[in-house]
Design a binder for this molecule. Structure first.
Ligand code: ADP
Ligand code: MG
Length: 238
């Protein structure tokens, strides 16, 4: 587990400023959900936290240490993407163990960690299959398995369920809530889905044009939105 602090974070692509002086504290072990219109900077922010994108200004602190330049492994962060690309030629077991093999972890430990991730996600019967032999929901579980196998302190999810059909989205949402309770890692979760935000979040952050419009518990944002923009995202009648 780990706490995160974003202090006055800026991001520009050339002359285009996409994140502007953003401040946020993410508590150790909490689940924070980001919502906001397309293009407001949610994915950019996650990629900066993950270490996949350079931070233009400000500081990222993980457990109180400045981590602006650290790589994703040093940060202890794993990210699950919307288009969860699995290696098609590898089995589920090989896909989940891939990052550990690359890190030179020994075979017995890889086998233990893969088995434990598979048990957590209830995909043990699928370990010998190839991605083409899996359903969308099963593939998404494998993608999450690839992230949890490294036992990261922080998980970032970028609209992980948006490619799934409605029924599967509901069951995967329940699985993610269970996963959070079980492993207790700090999670940041981007979604377009209000129900996902309301049911998963300890804290919801509503973003607009690279800035935070309002942040608070689901209950606070629902009952006491600062403005119509926030109310529109949280679905409170006003
Ligand atoms: P969101 O995930 O909220 O939809 P993004 O973080 O993807 O938003 O994008 C925020 C803004 O940054 C958008 O205007 C987008 O066009 C721009 N952007 C994202 N990535 C790049 C890039 N690599 N180069 C230039 N502009 C980018
Ligand atoms: Mg995005």
């Amino acid at each position: 587990m780990a706490s995160l602090e974003l202090q006055n974070i800026d991001k520009s692509y050339g002359a285009l400023r996409v994140i502007e002086g953003l401040n946020l504290a993410v508590d150790d072990g909490s689940l924070t959900v980001f919502v906001g219109p397309s293009g407001c900077g949610k994915s950019t922010l996650l990629r900066m936290i993950a270490g996949l994108e350079e931070i233009t200004g400000g500081d990222l602190l993980i457990d109180g240490r400045q981590m602006n330049k650290a790589d994703p492994i040093q940060r202890g962060i794993a990210m699950v993407f919307q288009n969860y690309a699995l290696y098609p030629h590898m089995t589920v077991e090989q896909n989940i163990g891939f990052s550990l093999r690359m890190a030179g972890v020994d075979k017995a430990e890889i086998a233990r960690n893969v088995a434990s991730a598979a048990a957590t996600l209830q995909i043990e019967p699928l370990l010998k299959r190839k991605p083409a032999q899996l359903s969308g929901g099963q593939r998404q579980r494998v993608a999450i398995g690839r992230a949890i196998v490294r036992e990261p302190a922080v998980f970032l999810f970028d609209e992980p369920l948006s490619n799934l059909d409605a029924e599967l989205r509901v069951s995967m949402r329940v699985e993610i809530a269970k996963l959070h309770r079980k492993i207790g890692a700090t999670m940041i979760y981007v979604t377009h889905d209000q129900t996902e935000a309301m049911t998963l979040a300890d804290k919801i952050v509503v973003m607009r044009s690279g800035q935070i419009e309002q942040a608070g518990t689901p209950d606070t944002l629902y009952r006491d939105p600062d403005n119509l923009f926030v109310a529109g995202f949280i679905g409170s009648p006003r």
